[in-house]
Design a protein. Sequence first.
Length: 233
Amino acid sequence: MSQTLTLHRLQHTDSQTDKVRARLQVILKTLEDDADLRRAKEQAETAAAGLGSAQQALRQAEESVRAQRVKIERAESSLYGGAVHNPKELQDLQNDVASLKRYHITLEDRQIEAMQALEDAERLDQAARANMQAVTARLLQQNQSLAGERDRLLRDAEKFEAERQAIVASLPADLLARYEALRQQRRGVAVATVTDNTCAACGSGLTPALAQSVRMAGEMVFCPTCGRILYGG
Ligand SMILES: [Zn+2]
């Protein structure tokens, strides 16, 4: 097997490993990313706190209405109890009752507002909890699927590594070093195939003579433009 063909095979294996590693990075980052879940949790906590406040506000509003009713009953029993005869006092009592009743209406209005606010808070709380359940379920499914893909990719990476070891064993050290250096300089691609007399990596055209010598696969030929090792296929 010519050294160029061996390098081409090494390049193929390394490119696959690069793809696997890039995908693994994305997967690990996605698996670690719990921003959606944290946001949903925060929303659910805020909604639950809002619900608690609304419940408390309604209890207080109800208590105020109740207390006001007691005040009215007391005032009315004084008014109609027969103990007060003085017309001025009776008039004052009547005014008190009227004033207490007016404020009772205000308090009842506030109670209705508190009930409406509680309904809104309940809706928000339900929506936030449903959202959190949905996010949790989605993440669970997504992460299960990603974990499966990650495991497959890790097995692929092991397989490619074994292939690499086998290929590297048949290459002279200086050639391997040259290949590695090119791979570093040329974004991972050290060996380029030649198609239609063109370097597939950088797209520049080759002279017919150069393309011919690539096809002969005798000595190693480099792309005059990008410097990569050319492989005739
Ligand atoms: Zn090139």
